[in-house]
Design a protein around this ligand. Structure first.
Ligand code: ARG
Length: 459
């Protein structure tokens, strides 16, 4: 038999495989709350504008609440033959309230309906991402406050570069996650226009009030162009783009945690709550949560690439291609929220091995730059010459198998006569970090200032 919603011109129903490829109810049932909210706003507006009687609008509004509670109770008979959440809800409404249900779709199409539902859903996820990022930033700031004075090696090329503070390293991630947060906030602002009332694509001949529905649904304004309103998925693309960048940040942090918790580094240990064992090697403590966070960027970026590919080259206005938007965004959002929560838990429970950090900070001639800077400041050498002299001292220490501070003054002076006793002070890792007082530098004072600033901002 043909479809009850659109089957008027059809003699036969769809092939079973057509039904399988066409139906979206298996996934878009997640939009039920947004769909019912949107329909209630639409019905109220139809009544306010006199398009629908108050009696019918009331029956629709009440009936939709019954549908909502049925879905929430888990006893709603979702039907694949009814394709999607929109028609499932409406069909059930008809069973509950009868004839007035058929009036709900006046001055509306599933095209503006789904665009509205999905925007509401993505908007909630942007808010959730902002909240989760704030929680993560708070635990990072707390670790930074504890570790503002803990010295550790800073790396470039994953080779020891210069000593930095642990707090400084944590605060670097705070900056990254702050940018992520502002990307979600920015996307949220732009997506907050209401497509409802664009109808199929051209608008409607009914004298609807789009400002009223926009306001009822918490949008800033109705979308200004009906063609754009039903064909736009920028909001989903922006959400996925912001999610992908955020997932990149999470994967970088996760990678550092994997490295830092290895036996070779032992900078940190993950709490039992965030580690797993091996079924064969009894000694193992594996950082699985960090590894999985590191990997999950694959799904999030995959979702972004998938939806960009769907949208590319689509003519205006609506095409069924766009039904492929939802699963990607659902999966990316679920993945991102889980990864953010796991990272927040891991960081909150992280134990830092400060002795290991400090010992490693002194390795690898990490204060060679301080020595070169000393030659510039105290002996007036051009930096390039100072760099060369210091390189010779490093080679000497390397040959002797010792660190720079272990060279005697006599040995140093064979390389450059201007070196004197006061150079030893700059070779210590604590002096090194304390000297990095430039704005945004690694000096504990600077880190504490950033911690204080962020504590103020995060509340
Ligand atoms: N399930 C559809 C989607 O997700 C709803 C819109 C259907 N519109 C249509 N003209 N068939 O995009």
């Amino acid at each position: 038999s043909s479809n009850a919603m659109w089957g008027g011109r059809f003699a036969a129903g769809p092939d079973a495989i057509m039904e399988a490829i066409n139906a979206s109810i298996s996934f878009d049932k997640r939009l039920y709350a947004q769909d019912i909210r949107g329909s209630r706003a639409h019905a109220a507006m139809l009544a306010a504008t006199g398009i629908l009687s108050n009696k019918d609008a009331e029956a629709i509004g009440e009936g939709l609440l019954t549908v909502l509670s049925e879905i929430e109770a888990g006893d709603f008979p979702f039907s694949t033959a009814l394709e999607d959440i929109h028609m499932n809800v409406e069909a059930r409404l008809k069973e509950i309230i009868g004839e007035p249900a058929g009036r709900l779709h006046t001055a509306r199409s599933r095209n503006d309906q789904v665009a509205t539902d999905f925007r509401l859903w993505v908007r909630d996820q942007a808010d959730a991402a902002i909240e989760s990022l704030t929680a993560l930033m708070k635990v990072l700031v707390a670790q930074a406050e504890k570790g503002a004075g803990w010295v550790m090696p800073g790396f470039t090329h994953l080779q020891t570069a210069q000593p930095v503070t642990f707090g400084h390293h944590m605060m670097a991630y705070v900056e990254m996650f702050a940018r992520d947060r502002s990307r979600f906030a920015d996307a949220r602002k732009r997506m907050n226009e209401c497509p409802l009332g664009a109808a199929a694509l051209a608008g409607t001949g009914f004298a609807i009030d789009r400002h009223m529905t926009a306001e009822a649904l918490g949008f800033d304004r109705p979308a200004a162009n009906s063609l754009d309103a039903v064909s736009d998925r920028d909001f989903a693309l922006e959400f996925l783009s912001a999610s992908a960048i955020c997932a990149v940040h999470l994967s970088r942090m996760a990678e550092e945690l994997v490295i830092w918790s290895s036996a070779q580094f032992r900078f940190v240990s993950m709490s039992d709550k965030w580690s797993t064992g091996s079924s064969i090697m009894p000694q193992k403590r594996n950082p699985d949560a960090a590894e999985l966070i590191r990997a999950k960027i694959g799904r999030v970026l995959g979702a972004a690439v998938a939806l960009f590919t769907v949208m590319k080259g689509l003519p205006l206005a609506y095409s069924k291609d766009m039904q492929e938007d939802k699963e990607q965004v659902f999966d990316a959002a679920d993945t991102l929220m889980l990864a953010l929560a796991a990272m927040t838990g891991m960081i909150a429970d992280l134990t830092v091995n400060t002795e290991k950090l400090e010992a490693a900070a002194a390795n690898g001639f990490s204060t060679a730059t301080d020595l070169a800077d000393w030659l510039v400041r105290e002996a007036g050498l051009p930096f390039r010459d100072a760099h060369h002299v210091t390189g010779t001292l490093v080679a000497l220490a390397e040959k002797k198998g010792c660190d720079l501070p272990d060279l005697s003054l006599t040995e140093m002076q064979t390389v450059h006569p201007a070196l004197n006793q006061s150079v030893y002070a700059v070779l210590g890792v604590h002096n090194s970090v304390a000297s990095r007082q430039s704005y945004g530098g690694t000096a504990p004072d600077q880190v504490r200032a950033q911690v204080a600033r962020w504590k103020g901002l995060l509340g």
